[in-house]
Design a protein. Sequence first.
Length: 321
Amino acid sequence: MEVLILGKGKVGQAVAYYLKKFKAAKKVAFFSNEKEIKNFDILIGALPSGVAEKSLKLALKYEKDLIDVSTVAIPFYLKHKKEILKKGIKVIPGCGFSPGLVNLIVGFEAQNFEEINNIEISAGTLPKNVKIFFPFTWCFEDLIEEHLEGFSGYKKEKLKGVGEFESYFTEEWNSLLYSLKPKNISFRVIRPIGFFHFFQYLKNYGLFQKKNLPIVKNLLTKKNEDNVTLALIKISGIKQKKKKEVIWKIFSFAKKDEKLNSMQKITALVPVAILDSLSQNEIKNKGILFLEEIAKNKELFQEILAKIKKKVDISRRISYN
């Protein structure tokens, strides 16, 4: 397939890198003007959240399939559901890490329960063996925007092999809220110890104001350290009248001088794996296709997961009571 990437930031660059590395596309280019869209088979959206809706608008206008890594509110996709079907295209939203790989795993596990009582998802990036430092591994502006509303549910946690970190509830634009309609679901963002106080300090001094943001971005993103991006997914419910709990752990590691950081690796692998499945016609349905729905095909789920596992450590543990 010939692929046009919308967005040339950290994620867009990482997607292009993997498409070329794994020879997953016949042609790869970055968007420059609308005239060129007709020459490509599929679009991959990797735009900052402020302009991310443009990807779907272009996909509809030029009737192109879309894999969207960008952060876009789910109601925006649903609002265009009929038009997407009418155009006969495939639109795969939230096709990154979280939402993304996390949704794929939850969708697969949902079939293995008779009743799901609780879903807990924690995800984020930490420095490796360095304290009081945050590696800005993805879109700086989106990350700042995510935390400007506050830090609810703050708590310190500890994980073997990672050490101490802090986490907070986040209002994630996740399709799981619409597709699975779980009884209880929570999303927590993982950050290094001290991140909360550091962020508040910068905010209180007005450093996140629009006029100051370019300078702050340059200062904070200049320094690199070894980094790890991780997710913990805990699903509990009932299976054959027994209480069942499944825990998935996802780890992506990168040295500070590597081509891609840990977040770029894990985020870019997902759309590349999905593109490979599309090119082989393994995903046939048209319309909006959430990853948790794609995962209902267990064989396809295992194939996609195997591709991602080439670069990411993923483990699963089940317990019954």
